[in-house]
Design a binder for this molecule. Structure first.
Ligand SMILES: [Zn+2]
Length: 475
C-alpha cells in the first residue's frame, strides 16, 4: 500500500534526479529524429498515389518532384526524368499524404501515468511529433516562458520540431480549470512557478482585457479560454468575460479558441464569438434539438476523443500500446500504467474519471451527429497522461473513423481542413499536396483512405522537403 505522501516524496525525488541529469548534461536518450548531414535538395517520388488533403479520393500513381523545400511538380507516373542530382524514391505500394496536423497538442506535457508526476521533456515531445509524421502542432495551452521561445526556435531552424502555433497561458476564472487541477496534481514546490505562467485567472472584464494585452508582446497565434468545469464542481468564466477576451483579442487581429465540456459551454463560447471548440462536447450527449444551434455557429469542432477515453481508462489498466507508442516511448513508461498504486487518486479526480467512463458512447455519437450536421470536425489529440505527442493523433484518427467519418474524411481533418483553420486561409501553404506548396509530407505503407491505421506505418517523413531520419526506441 502506497500513501499519497509516498507519491509526493517520489515526485520530489524524480524532479531532483531529472534536474541533476540535465545539469550533468548526460544520460540524454538518442534522438527519435534527425536531419541528415547533407540532405538532397531534389527528390523524385516515383509512381505514388496521392491523398492531397482536399479531395476524398486517392489519385492514380503520380511522379512527385520535391525541390528546395517545395512540391515542384506533380506529373503522370513515369514522366519525370531522373537526373544525377535527383534522389529517387520508389512509391509503389505507398501513399503520399500531407504532413499531419495536430490541432490540439501540447509540447510541454508529460504523458506518463498521472501518479508518476514525471517532468515533461519538451524537446523529446517535439521529436516524437515529427517521428509520427506530425509536421504542424497547435499548442493551445502552455507556459508563456517556454512555448513562444520554442515556437520561434523551430521557425528559425534552431530546434528540430514541427511547425508550432502557440496560444500560451490559458484564460480561466479564479480557481477554474486548469488552475484547480494543477493545484491538485502539481507538487507544491512547482505550483508557485507553474500556475501564474500557465494560466491567466481573470475575475472581471478589465482583467480579461489587460490579460490579453499582456500577452501581445509574445505574438501569440491565438488566445485560449476555458469554459468548462474540471473537476466537476469548480467555477466557470461568465459569458461577459469570455466576450471581453474575444473582443480584445480580435482588436489585435487574434482569434480566441475555447476549451468546452457541455452543450451549455459550447453555446456560451460560440455566442461570445470564439473561433473553434478545442474539445468536443464530451460530458453529455448533444440533444438533437440543439444540434442546429451547434451547426449554425459555423466553427470547427476539435473532438479530442482520445484524451477523454484515456482518462476514462486511467484506473482500469489493460492499456495496449500502439505501434508508434512502442517506437517512441520507453517500454518502462508504457508498462507503468498498471497497476495503479493502491489508494492513489484524489476524490475529485476519481469522480471526474467515473463521469468520463460513463459518457464514452455520447462522445462518439456527438462526433457523428455534428459531422452529419455539417460541422467541420478537426483532428486534435491533446497530450496528457496516456496520450503521447504524435502517437495520440493516430489514435484520434482511428476514433474519428470509428465515429462516423470515413478514413479519408478523418485524414482531411488532420491535413487540409486543419491547415485552413490554423492558417485562417482557404488556400494554406501546408496541409495540402499541390505544386508550389511546402513539402511537409509523409509516405505511408498502404492506403490510408481505405484503412486509417495505415498512417501508423510511416515509410518517410519530409519536413520542408528534407527527408528526416527516424530512430525508433524499439526497432
Ligand atoms: Zn489540452
Amino acid at each position: 500500500m502506497r500513501h499519497p505522501f509516498d507519491v509526493s516524496t517520489r515526485r520530489l525525488a524524480l524532479a531532483l534526479t531529472t534536474t541533476l541529469i540535465v545539469w550533468a548534461g548526460c544520460a540524454q536518450p538518442d534522438p527519435l529524429i534527425s536531419v541528415p548531414d547533407d540532405p538532397p535538395t531534389r527528390i523524385l517520388i516515383r509512381s505514388v498515389p496521392i491523398f492531397d488533403g482536399t479531395s476524398l479520393e486517392r489519385t492514380f500513381p503520380r511522379d512527385v518532384l520535391i525541390a528546395d523545400g517545395r512540391i515542384a511538380r506533380i506529373a503522370p507516373s513515369g514522366s519525370v526524368k531522373a537526373r544525377a542530382d535527383i534522389q529517387v524514391i520508389a512509391g509503389v505500394g505507398l501513399t503520399l499524404i500531407p504532413g499531419l496536423i495536430d490541432v490540439h497538442g501540447h509540447v510541454g506535457s508529460d504523458s506518463g501515468p498521472v501518479w508518476e508526476g514525471a517532468l515533461p521533456d519538451p524537446d523529446r515531445n517535439l521529436e516524437s511529433y515529427l517521428y509520427c509524421g506530425v509536421t504542424t502542432v497547435f499548442d493551445p495551452g502552455a507556459l508563456e516562458t517556454d512555448t513562444f521561445d520554442r515556437r520561434n526556435a523551430v521557425a528559425a531552424g534552431e530546434l528540430v520540431g514541427p511547425t508550432m502555433f502557440s496560444a500560451g497561458p490559458i484564460f480561466t476564472t479564479p480557481g477554474g480549470h486548469p488552475a484547480a487541477l494543477l493545484q491538485a496534481m502539481v507538487p507544491w514546490y512547482l505550483r508557485w512557478y507553474l500556475l501564474p505562467r500557465f494560466t491567466r485567472e481573470v475575475a472581471s472584464v478589465e482583467e480579461a482585457r489587460a490579460g490579453v494585452q499582456g500577452l501581445l508582446s509574445y505574438e501569440p497565434d491565438a488566445i485560449k479560454v476555458v469554459v468548462d468545469a474540471i473537476p466537476l464542481e469548480v467555477p466557470i468564466l461568465g459569458g461577459d468575460i469570455v466576450r471581453a477576451i474575444v473582443d480584445e483579442a480580435r482588436a489585435h487581429g487574434l482569434r480566441t479558441v475555447a476549451h468546452i465540456g457541455t452543450v451549455d459551454d459550447a453555446l456560451r463560447a460560440a455566442d461570445a464569438g470564439v473561433a473553434a471548440w478545442m474539445h468536443g462536447v464530451y460530458k453529455e450527449r448533444i440533444p438533437t434539438d440543439v444540434l442546429p444551434r451547434i451547426a449554425a455557429a459555423g466553427i470547427p469542432y476539435v473532438a479530442t476523443s482520445v484524451v477523454f477515453d484515456a482518462y476514462a481508462d486511467v484506473f482500469r489498466g489493460g492499456r495496449v500500446a500502439t505501434r508508434l507508442e512502442r517506437e517512441t516511448v520507453d517500454a518502462a513508461v508504457l508498462s507503468s500504467f498498471a497497476p495503479v498504486p493502491d489508494g492513489y487518486g484524489p476524490e475529485n479526480l476519481r469522480r471526474y474519471v467515473e463521469h468520463l467512463a460513463g459518457t464514452r458512447e455520447d462522445r462518439c455519437e456527438n462526433v457523428r451527429m455534428v459531422h452529419e450536421a455539417g460541422v467541420t470536425v478537426l483532428a486534435g489529440a491533446d497530450a496528457q497522461s496516456g496520450v503521447f505527442p504524435g502517437p495520440g493523433l493516430h489514435r484520434e484518427l482511428a476514433l474519428l473513423a470509428a465515429c462516423g467519418l470515413t478514413p479519408a474524411e478523418a485524414l482531411r481533418a488532420a491535413t487540409g481542413d486543419a491547415a485552413r483553420f490554423l492558417a485562417d486561409d482557404p488556400d494554406p501553404e501546408f496541409g495540402i499536396i499541390a505544386e508550389g506548396k511546402r513539402a511537409d509530407l509523409i509516405l505511408v505503407d498502404g492506403d490510408p483512405t481505405a484503412d486509417i491505421t495505415a498512417t501508423e506505418r510511416i515509410h518517410k517523413v519530409f519536413q520542408r522537403g528534407i527527408p528526416l531520419e527516424r530512430h525508433p526506441v524499439e526497432p
